[in-house]
Design a protein around this ligand. Sequence first.
Ligand SMILES: Nc1ncnc2c1ncn2[C@@H]1O[C@H](COP(=O)(O)OP(=O)(O)O)[C@@H](O)[C@H]1O
Ligand SMILES: [Mg+2]
Length: 313
Amino acid sequence: MDKKEKILEIKDLCMDFQSGRKEKVRALNHVTLDIYKGENFGLVGESGCGKTTLGRTVIRLYNPTSGEILFNGKSISGKLTKSDRDYITSNLAMIFQDPISSLNPRMTVEEIISEGLKIRGMKDPAQCREVVNNLLNRVGLLPEHATRYPHEFSGGQRQRIGIARALAVKPSFIIADEPVSALDVSIQAQVINLLMDIKKEMDLTILFIAHNLAVVKYFSDRIGVMYFGTLVELADADELYDHPLHPYTKSLLSAIPLPDPLREKDKQRLYYDPAVHDYSTHQPRLQEVRPGHFVYASDPEVEQYRKELEQGK
Ligand SMILES: Nc1ncnc2c1ncn2[C@@H]1O[C@H](COP(=O)(O)OP(=O)(O)O)[C@@H](O)[C@H]1O
Ligand SMILES: [Mg+2]
């Protein structure tokens, strides 16, 4: 990417959930990352590592425990006024993992999409109808679908409705939270391609969340890897695939099936054991091992990673 203008800055973000009377779950552990305008940022990690929490905290469905979030340089992590809320809802839209439960079953498609238009202040019914039809058309649905209810559609079509709903506010930033995980493999690519085409047309920035590195491999500019609430590695997509450093990233990569069955047969699946790190004397933190390539590591580990890179491993 030529110009690197930050659109989203997440600084030292922590999010705790109360799980028992005294216990809490730290879903986000000092997460720091920037997302550049126009990029496609892939965020991966296994189920329960905090990906959804990150998305939901950014759009302020949750109040962060600590840390800061800036959008276009404006803080959106503190106490919000009505106008701050409007600013967030009109700029950041989220597409949810489960297109069935995220669409209100009692609302028609037109009503669902129109909610976003109301946020934009559009009230004229004829105008709303026209925009709804344009949006339906854009996501590959038909005008007659407007009066139907979500249960009348297939999973892929429902996710198209979810995309139309997200686009209705004319956002500049979309958080797509595992948008294809619940869909048949055969239609996953269609929905991803649709999103990528729309991204280009509308000049969007996308945070694409997935639990599987294979999904984000082909279209992400940069990729962040999370493990138990901690961002453990962050790099350009190619760099991450060619030179993974954190053992957790290596284990995720080893889980991607190879196209060549013979190589696949002999491939070694790696498993990550957090006990490999000795943090008794040197504490880990997110460190830049080479330009743009960050790893959560202690100083001795960084030294070892740099050697690994020099040897071209
Ligand atoms: N609303 C909530 N209340 C309590 N705990 C939660 C809530 N949402 C998420 N968690 C916990 O936070 C952790 C991260 O969850 P989540 O962000 O959903 O992970 P992911 O999206 O990566 O699967 C998990 O341990 C989960 O149980
Ligand atoms: Mg999730």
